[in-house]
Design a protein around this ligand. Structure first.
Ligand code: F6P
Length: 327
Protein backbone atom coordinates (compact mmCIF):
# COMPACT_ATOMS: atom_id res chain seq x y z
CA UNK A 1 0.00 0.00 0.00
CA UNK A 2 1.18 3.52 -0.73
CA UNK A 3 0.12 6.92 0.45
CA UNK A 4 -0.59 5.83 4.05
CA UNK A 5 -4.33 5.66 3.53
CA UNK A 6 -5.82 3.24 6.03
CA UNK A 7 -9.43 4.34 6.43
CA UNK A 8 -11.68 5.62 3.71
CA UNK A 9 -15.30 6.74 3.82
CA UNK A 10 -17.90 6.59 1.08
CA UNK A 11 -21.12 8.58 0.82
CA UNK A 12 -23.86 9.50 -1.65
CA UNK A 13 -25.11 13.04 -2.07
CA UNK A 14 -27.60 15.02 -4.15
CA UNK A 15 -30.36 13.24 -6.06
CA UNK A 16 -30.23 9.47 -5.77
CA UNK A 17 -29.52 7.47 -8.91
CA UNK A 18 -29.88 3.76 -9.74
CA UNK A 19 -26.46 2.16 -9.49
CA UNK A 20 -25.32 4.11 -6.43
CA UNK A 21 -25.61 0.93 -4.35
CA UNK A 22 -23.54 -0.96 -6.90
CA UNK A 23 -20.86 1.73 -6.58
CA UNK A 24 -20.94 1.59 -2.77
CA UNK A 25 -20.45 -2.19 -2.93
CA UNK A 26 -17.52 -1.82 -5.32
CA UNK A 27 -15.84 0.82 -3.15
CA UNK A 28 -16.27 -1.23 0.03
CA UNK A 29 -15.11 -4.52 -1.47
CA UNK A 30 -12.10 -3.00 -3.23
CA UNK A 31 -11.08 -1.21 -0.04
CA UNK A 32 -11.40 -4.39 2.03
CA UNK A 33 -9.40 -6.30 -0.60
CA UNK A 34 -6.60 -3.78 -0.02
CA UNK A 35 -6.84 -4.21 3.78
CA UNK A 36 -8.31 -0.77 4.27
CA UNK A 37 -11.07 -0.02 6.74
CA UNK A 38 -14.10 1.38 4.98
CA UNK A 39 -16.85 3.51 6.48
CA UNK A 40 -20.24 4.57 5.21
CA UNK A 41 -21.44 8.10 5.85
CA UNK A 42 -25.26 8.13 6.13
CA UNK A 43 -27.18 11.07 4.67
CA UNK A 44 -24.56 12.76 2.48
CA UNK A 45 -22.88 15.91 3.76
CA UNK A 46 -25.58 16.32 6.45
CA UNK A 47 -24.58 12.92 7.81
CA UNK A 48 -20.92 13.92 7.72
CA UNK A 49 -21.78 16.97 9.83
CA UNK A 50 -23.82 14.85 12.29
CA UNK A 51 -21.09 12.22 12.47
CA UNK A 52 -23.47 9.52 11.22
CA UNK A 53 -20.63 7.23 10.18
CA UNK A 54 -20.25 3.45 10.59
CA UNK A 55 -17.91 0.73 9.48
CA UNK A 56 -18.88 -1.30 6.42
CA UNK A 57 -17.91 -4.95 6.32
CA UNK A 58 -18.08 -7.28 3.32
CA UNK A 59 -21.57 -8.54 4.15
CA UNK A 60 -22.96 -5.03 4.75
CA UNK A 61 -22.76 -4.45 1.02
CA UNK A 62 -24.09 -7.87 -0.02
CA UNK A 63 -27.41 -8.10 -1.87
CA UNK A 64 -27.52 -4.37 -2.63
CA UNK A 65 -26.09 -4.03 -6.14
CA UNK A 66 -29.45 -4.66 -7.81
CA UNK A 67 -31.39 -2.23 -5.60
CA UNK A 68 -32.31 1.30 -6.66
CA UNK A 69 -31.84 4.27 -4.33
CA UNK A 70 -28.91 4.35 -1.92
CA UNK A 71 -28.50 2.35 1.28
CA UNK A 72 -26.41 5.26 2.61
CA UNK A 73 -29.30 7.70 2.05
CA UNK A 74 -28.68 11.08 0.52
CA UNK A 75 -29.38 14.78 1.01
CA UNK A 76 -28.84 18.19 -0.50
CA UNK A 77 -27.11 19.83 2.47
CA UNK A 78 -27.49 23.56 3.10
CA UNK A 79 -25.37 23.46 6.26
CA UNK A 80 -22.38 22.09 4.37
CA UNK A 81 -22.36 25.29 2.31
CA UNK A 82 -21.26 27.16 5.46
CA UNK A 83 -17.72 27.28 6.88
CA UNK A 84 -19.09 26.19 10.27
CA UNK A 85 -20.88 23.18 8.78
CA UNK A 86 -17.75 22.06 6.99
CA UNK A 87 -15.74 22.49 10.20
CA UNK A 88 -18.13 20.14 12.02
CA UNK A 89 -17.87 17.67 9.14
CA UNK A 90 -14.07 17.73 9.35
CA UNK A 91 -14.25 17.04 13.10
CA UNK A 92 -16.50 14.03 12.46
CA UNK A 93 -14.07 12.60 9.91
CA UNK A 94 -11.15 13.15 12.29
CA UNK A 95 -13.06 11.46 15.12
CA UNK A 96 -13.22 8.34 12.93
CA UNK A 97 -9.63 8.74 11.66
CA UNK A 98 -10.87 8.92 8.06
CA UNK A 99 -7.95 9.56 5.69
CA UNK A 100 -9.85 9.98 2.42
CA UNK A 101 -13.38 10.01 0.97
CA UNK A 102 -15.24 8.76 -2.08
CA UNK A 103 -18.12 11.11 -2.94
CA UNK A 104 -20.83 9.74 -5.23
CA UNK A 105 -23.08 12.40 -6.74
CA UNK A 106 -23.35 15.24 -9.19
CA UNK A 107 -22.13 18.76 -9.66
CA UNK A 108 -23.14 20.02 -6.19
CA UNK A 109 -21.46 17.02 -4.56
CA UNK A 110 -18.18 17.70 -6.38
CA UNK A 111 -18.36 21.42 -5.56
CA UNK A 112 -18.72 20.59 -1.85
CA UNK A 113 -15.87 18.08 -2.05
CA UNK A 114 -13.52 20.58 -3.67
CA UNK A 115 -14.17 23.38 -1.15
CA UNK A 116 -13.98 20.97 1.78
CA UNK A 117 -10.78 19.22 0.78
CA UNK A 118 -9.06 22.57 0.14
CA UNK A 119 -10.09 23.82 3.59
CA UNK A 120 -9.34 20.64 5.50
CA UNK A 121 -6.75 18.85 3.41
CA UNK A 122 -8.58 15.53 3.23
CA UNK A 123 -8.29 13.85 -0.21
CA UNK A 124 -11.54 13.24 -2.06
CA UNK A 125 -12.33 11.49 -5.30
CA UNK A 126 -15.72 11.82 -6.95
CA UNK A 127 -17.86 9.31 -8.82
CA UNK A 128 -20.46 10.72 -11.23
CA UNK A 129 -23.81 9.59 -9.85
CA UNK A 130 -26.80 11.37 -11.37
CA UNK A 131 -29.55 10.42 -13.79
CA UNK A 132 -28.96 13.71 -15.66
CA UNK A 133 -25.71 12.68 -17.42
CA UNK A 134 -24.66 16.32 -17.24
CA UNK A 135 -21.11 15.88 -15.93
CA UNK A 136 -18.02 16.73 -17.93
CA UNK A 137 -15.27 14.08 -17.95
CA UNK A 138 -17.37 10.97 -18.44
CA UNK A 139 -19.43 9.68 -21.33
CA UNK A 140 -22.12 8.44 -18.97
CA UNK A 141 -23.04 8.98 -15.35
CA UNK A 142 -24.25 6.26 -12.99
CA UNK A 143 -28.06 6.10 -13.23
CA UNK A 144 -28.53 7.67 -16.65
CA UNK A 145 -29.00 4.41 -18.54
CA UNK A 146 -31.60 3.17 -16.06
CA UNK A 147 -33.43 6.50 -16.15
CA UNK A 148 -33.69 6.59 -19.94
CA UNK A 149 -34.92 3.00 -20.01
CA UNK A 150 -37.55 3.86 -17.41
CA UNK A 151 -38.58 6.94 -19.40
CA UNK A 152 -38.68 4.90 -22.62
CA UNK A 153 -40.94 2.28 -21.06
CA UNK A 154 -43.26 4.98 -19.72
CA UNK A 155 -43.44 6.69 -23.11
CA UNK A 156 -44.12 3.35 -24.84
CA UNK A 157 -47.15 2.97 -22.57
CA UNK A 158 -48.33 6.50 -23.30
CA UNK A 159 -47.91 5.72 -27.00
CA UNK A 160 -50.51 2.92 -26.72
CA UNK A 161 -53.18 5.26 -25.39
CA UNK A 162 -52.10 8.17 -27.63
CA UNK A 163 -52.48 5.88 -30.64
CA UNK A 164 -55.88 4.55 -29.52
CA UNK A 165 -57.33 8.05 -29.03
CA UNK A 166 -55.44 9.89 -31.81
CA UNK A 167 -53.98 12.27 -29.24
CA UNK A 168 -51.02 14.61 -28.97
CA UNK A 169 -48.99 14.08 -25.79
CA UNK A 170 -46.44 16.43 -24.28
CA UNK A 171 -44.28 14.23 -22.03
CA UNK A 172 -41.92 15.89 -19.59
CA UNK A 173 -38.75 14.16 -18.47
CA UNK A 174 -36.14 15.14 -15.88
CA UNK A 175 -32.60 16.38 -16.47
CA UNK A 176 -32.45 19.70 -14.61
CA UNK A 177 -30.66 22.05 -17.07
CA UNK A 178 -29.58 19.26 -19.39
CA UNK A 179 -31.31 17.60 -22.34
CA UNK A 180 -29.57 14.22 -22.29
CA UNK A 181 -32.52 12.31 -20.84
CA UNK A 182 -34.96 14.06 -23.19
CA UNK A 183 -32.90 13.52 -26.34
CA UNK A 184 -32.22 9.84 -25.67
CA UNK A 185 -35.85 9.22 -24.70
CA UNK A 186 -37.03 10.97 -27.88
CA UNK A 187 -34.76 8.85 -30.09
CA UNK A 188 -35.61 5.65 -28.22
CA UNK A 189 -39.36 6.21 -28.58
CA UNK A 190 -39.45 7.75 -32.06
CA UNK A 191 -41.05 10.92 -30.73
CA UNK A 192 -42.31 13.48 -33.24
CA UNK A 193 -40.31 16.28 -31.64
CA UNK A 194 -38.19 17.11 -28.62
CA UNK A 195 -37.70 20.34 -26.67
CA UNK A 196 -34.24 20.69 -25.11
CA UNK A 197 -32.58 23.37 -22.98
CA UNK A 198 -29.53 23.39 -25.29
CA UNK A 199 -31.30 24.04 -28.61
CA UNK A 200 -33.94 26.64 -29.42
CA UNK A 201 -37.17 25.15 -30.74
CA UNK A 202 -40.38 26.87 -31.73
CA UNK A 203 -43.94 25.93 -30.99
CA UNK A 204 -45.03 27.44 -34.33
CA UNK A 205 -42.68 25.05 -36.14
CA UNK A 206 -44.07 22.18 -34.11
CA UNK A 207 -47.67 23.11 -34.97
CA UNK A 208 -46.68 23.28 -38.65
CA UNK A 209 -45.16 19.81 -38.40
CA UNK A 210 -48.21 18.42 -36.62
CA UNK A 211 -50.58 19.79 -39.29
CA UNK A 212 -48.38 18.43 -42.05
CA UNK A 213 -48.30 15.07 -40.24
CA UNK A 214 -52.12 15.08 -39.93
CA UNK A 215 -52.38 15.48 -43.71
CA UNK A 216 -50.27 12.33 -44.04
CA UNK A 217 -52.67 10.54 -41.64
CA UNK A 218 -50.22 10.51 -38.76
CA UNK A 219 -52.91 10.77 -36.14
CA UNK A 220 -51.07 10.64 -32.84
CA UNK A 221 -47.89 12.40 -31.76
CA UNK A 222 -45.48 12.27 -28.85
CA UNK A 223 -43.43 15.34 -27.97
CA UNK A 224 -40.71 14.95 -25.34
CA UNK A 225 -39.95 18.03 -23.24
CA UNK A 226 -36.88 18.40 -21.02
CA UNK A 227 -37.91 19.91 -17.69
CA UNK A 228 -35.24 22.59 -18.19
CA UNK A 229 -36.53 23.69 -21.60
CA UNK A 230 -36.29 27.48 -21.67
CA UNK A 231 -39.41 28.03 -23.80
CA UNK A 232 -41.62 26.33 -21.21
CA UNK A 233 -42.29 22.98 -19.58
CA UNK A 234 -44.70 20.36 -20.95
CA UNK A 235 -47.76 21.92 -19.31
CA UNK A 236 -46.92 25.38 -20.64
CA UNK A 237 -46.18 24.17 -24.17
CA UNK A 238 -49.38 22.12 -24.22
CA UNK A 239 -51.39 25.19 -23.14
CA UNK A 240 -50.01 27.19 -26.09
CA UNK A 241 -50.84 24.41 -28.54
CA UNK A 242 -54.36 24.05 -27.11
CA UNK A 243 -54.92 27.73 -27.78
CA UNK A 244 -53.24 27.99 -31.20
CA UNK A 245 -54.17 24.59 -32.59
CA UNK A 246 -57.38 23.47 -30.86
CA UNK A 247 -57.94 20.74 -33.45
CA UNK A 248 -55.43 18.56 -31.58
CA UNK A 249 -56.61 16.55 -28.56
CA UNK A 250 -53.66 17.56 -26.37
CA UNK A 251 -52.63 15.86 -23.13
CA UNK A 252 -49.71 16.23 -20.73
CA UNK A 253 -47.78 13.61 -18.80
CA UNK A 254 -44.94 14.39 -16.39
CA UNK A 255 -42.93 11.24 -15.70
CA UNK A 256 -41.20 12.77 -12.67
CA UNK A 257 -39.45 10.81 -9.93
CA UNK A 258 -40.32 7.46 -11.48
CA UNK A 259 -37.12 8.10 -13.46
CA UNK A 260 -35.01 8.13 -10.31
CA UNK A 261 -35.97 4.70 -9.00
CA UNK A 262 -35.77 1.07 -9.96
CA UNK A 263 -33.19 -1.62 -10.32
CA UNK A 264 -30.10 -0.42 -12.24
CA UNK A 265 -29.62 -1.73 -15.77
CA UNK A 266 -26.63 -3.95 -16.50
CA UNK A 267 -24.85 -0.97 -18.12
CA UNK A 268 -25.26 1.06 -14.95
CA UNK A 269 -24.10 -1.85 -12.78
CA UNK A 270 -20.96 -2.34 -14.87
CA UNK A 271 -20.24 1.39 -14.94
CA UNK A 272 -20.76 1.74 -11.16
CA UNK A 273 -18.59 -1.32 -10.46
CA UNK A 274 -15.74 -0.03 -12.65
CA UNK A 275 -15.87 3.45 -11.15
CA UNK A 276 -16.18 2.22 -7.55
CA UNK A 277 -13.18 -0.07 -8.00
CA UNK A 278 -11.19 2.70 -9.71
CA UNK A 279 -11.93 5.18 -6.92
CA UNK A 280 -10.14 3.11 -4.27
CA UNK A 281 -7.24 2.31 -6.59
CA UNK A 282 -6.93 6.05 -7.31
CA UNK A 283 -6.84 7.02 -3.62
CA UNK A 284 -4.23 4.38 -2.90
CA UNK A 285 -2.10 5.79 -5.73
CA UNK A 286 -2.34 9.25 -4.20
CA UNK A 287 -4.85 10.84 -6.57
CA UNK A 288 -7.11 13.47 -5.05
CA UNK A 289 -9.69 16.07 -6.00
CA UNK A 290 -10.57 14.35 -9.23
CA UNK A 291 -13.80 13.03 -10.66
CA UNK A 292 -13.38 9.58 -12.12
CA UNK A 293 -15.17 8.81 -15.36
CA UNK A 294 -15.05 6.62 -18.43
CA UNK A 295 -14.50 8.15 -21.87
CA UNK A 296 -14.27 5.86 -24.90
CA UNK A 297 -14.01 2.90 -22.50
CA UNK A 298 -10.95 4.35 -20.71
CA UNK A 299 -10.84 5.57 -17.14
CA UNK A 300 -10.36 9.32 -16.84
CA UNK A 301 -9.43 11.52 -13.89
CA UNK A 302 -10.84 15.01 -14.30
CA UNK A 303 -9.91 17.73 -11.78
CA UNK A 304 -13.02 18.73 -9.81
CA UNK A 305 -12.63 22.30 -11.15
CA UNK A 306 -13.15 21.03 -14.71
CA UNK A 307 -15.82 18.50 -13.84
CA UNK A 308 -17.78 21.27 -12.13
CA UNK A 309 -17.33 24.09 -14.65
CA UNK A 310 -16.83 22.57 -18.08
CA UNK A 311 -19.91 21.69 -20.08
CA UNK A 312 -20.47 18.33 -21.72
CA UNK A 313 -22.11 19.17 -25.04
CA UNK A 314 -25.01 17.25 -26.48
CA UNK A 315 -24.25 15.55 -29.78
CA UNK A 316 -26.18 17.89 -32.08
CA UNK A 317 -26.11 15.32 -34.92
CA UNK A 318 -28.43 13.20 -32.83
CA UNK A 319 -31.04 15.96 -32.79
CA UNK A 320 -30.96 16.20 -36.56
CA UNK A 321 -31.15 12.43 -36.87
CA UNK A 322 -34.11 12.22 -34.45
CA UNK A 323 -36.04 14.69 -36.61
CA UNK A 324 -35.31 12.84 -39.85
CA UNK A 325 -36.27 9.47 -38.36
CA UNK A 326 -39.48 10.77 -36.79
CA UNK A 327 -41.08 12.14 -39.96
O1 F6P B 1 -30.42 15.69 -10.55
C1 F6P B 1 -31.37 14.69 -10.61
C2 F6P B 1 -32.76 15.27 -10.63
O2 F6P B 1 -33.69 14.20 -10.67
C3 F6P B 1 -33.03 16.27 -11.75
O3 F6P B 1 -33.28 15.65 -12.97
C4 F6P B 1 -34.21 17.01 -11.18
O4 F6P B 1 -34.28 18.32 -11.72
C5 F6P B 1 -33.91 17.06 -9.71
O5 F6P B 1 -33.00 16.01 -9.45
C6 F6P B 1 -35.11 16.92 -8.81
O6 F6P B 1 -34.65 17.03 -7.51
P1 F6P B 1 -35.55 16.71 -6.24
O7 F6P B 1 -35.74 15.24 -6.17
O8 F6P B 1 -34.77 17.23 -5.09
O9 F6P B 1 -36.85 17.41 -6.45
Amino acid sequence: MTNNIKRIAVFTSGGDAPGMNTAIRAVARTAIYHDLHVYGIYGGYDGMIRGDISRLELRDVGNIMQRGGTILKTARSKEFMTVEGRMKAAESLKAHDIDACVAIGGNGTFTGALVFSEEHNIPFVGLPGTIDNDLYGTDYTIGFDTAINTAMEAVDKIRDTADSHNRLFFIEVMGRHSGYIALHTAIGTGATNVFLPEVPNSIETLIGELRFAAKRHKLFNLVIVAEGNEGGNATELAAIVKEKAPEFDTKVSVIGHLQRGGSPTCSDRVLASRLGYASVEALIKGKKNVAIGIVNDHLTYTPFEDAIHKVKDLNKDLINMAQILAT
